[in-house]
Ligand binder design. Structure first.
Ligand code: HEM
Length: 167
């Protein structure tokens, strides 16, 4: 049964996890990178491609999908991971145990979505077949990003609260 647990001790007892300013800055960076992650495929698909007269769709995506998705992935992963630690602060859970809660499993789903987004982004930059079907893949990227945003919005604000893990 879902149950809040507050305890001193354990992995999540470090005082820096309670630093409000650090939490705010990390959350702002996380949300900002999420906007870029979902916004870029949207702009490329619905603004840049329709208006590119001299470049083909393949050339446009090859130009856009180079280094930035990797940078975004590193930033969104590290800020998301910190968010996860902040959210579990004071829960009394072990580090591994905190993943075996509803909250933790949803975060694992988000990590999976981020991996899928990055594999597709890399392939859009280098693979002819992906570039030939770029308009569809850009919609897939947006959709995966929006699913991650919906999960992100559900964490904490929705019914999925931090609970005590059984391990
Ligand atoms: C796939 C790309 C991702 C997108 C688009 C995304 C987006 C978001 C958004 C919009 C929020 C809600 C912020 C708020 O309500 O203030 C959020 C929260 C959160 N995200 Fe992500 N995220 C992504 C990946 C990740 C990853 C990889 C992790 C973990 C490693 C993660 C961990 C979290 C956590 C723990 C929260 C809840 C923060 C809280 O305590 O309120 N996210 N995310």
């Amino acid at each position: 049964m879902a149950q809040s647990q507050v305890s001193s001790g354990g992995f999540y007892s470090s005082s820096w996890l309670q630093n409000q300013w650090l939490r705010v800055v990390v959350q702002i960076v996380h949300v900002f990178t999420a906007i870029v992650l979902v916004g870029v495929p949207f702009v490329v698909r619905y603004v840049v491609i329709p208006q590119a007269d001299s470049a083909t769709t393949a050339e446009v995506v090859e130009g856009f999908y180079s280094v930035w998705p990797l940078i975004i992935a590193v930033v969104i992963f590290s800020t998301g991971f910190l968010n996860f630690l902040f959210a579990n602060a004071g829960s009394g859970n072990s580090f591994i145990g905190s993943f075996f809660t509803q909250f933790g499993l949803l975060v694992l789903v988000k990590i999976g979505l981020l991996l899928a987004i990055d594999v597709i982004s890399i392939l859009l930059g280098i693979n002819d077949d992906f570039q030939a079907d770029a308009e569809t893949w850009l919609i897939v990227l947006m959709t995966l990003g929006v699913v991650a945003v919906i999960i992100g919005g559900t964490l904490h604000r929705g019914p999925i609260k931090i609970e005590a893990s059984s391990s």
